[in-house]
Design a binder for this molecule. Sequence first.
Ligand SMILES: [Ca+2]
Length: 258
Amino acid sequence: MKQGLIKQGVEFALACVFFVAASATAAIAEEPVPEDMAKIPAGEFIMGSDALGPNHGAPAHKVYLDEFWMDKYEVTNKQFETVFPDHKRSYLSPGDNSPVSRVTWTDAFNYCRAVKKYLPTESQWEKAARGGTRTADEFPWGKDFDPDMAHGGLKLKDKTAPVGSYPPNGYGLYDMGGNVWEWAFDWVSDYPNTTETLKNPWGPPFRFSIGEFKIRRGGAWSDDIKGMKTGWRDWSALDSNHYHDIGFRCASNPPKPK
Ligand SMILES: [Ca+2]
């Protein structure tokens, strides 16, 4: 057990190095935003909401993020299998254009790295889900659940929909509420109780006292409606690969201003 935790610690350290390196190398690129990504502008926002409770999104706090790019769609089976051809598709998400699931956090991290992107931080994910207008205690489209706006709240009575089957949010991102949960970069931890603005946070270092849990965001076809709120936090073990409702999308950095 201890050896496993040390291994995770080493992996985390490598992840840190990669994350910083990816940010630095991507930042000097000068290509325009790819068609399958959307630009999320720099700025401050209120992350979390006291209304969501201490385990799932409280306390609200201020976060500043540099500009970044976010995949418009959840990564599909077909895309994932270009990097991991031996992937076993979920029978509940079987199509080429269905979101990939049954993937570990490490699989998600490695896929994003392979396509020269990175797994978004939890704060990047949450800001992107807002679409520029919503708050943490709302859905990506508004205050009330609307079954025409997302594939979710179905309580295991259905399966995934092809990515992009429902309307996009204000940033042009699809399925930020529902379809599959999405792994984020961060380890689980409590939000800080501070009035200061956090700048480009990417979660705590691995801590033995908390364990091997990573954040997932956005709810799923299989889960509660409240999980689709933009600020709702949930988590799973790092190497869980048996879930039919956890996938991911990748982020990238914009060109550096001249
Ligand atoms: Ca989703």
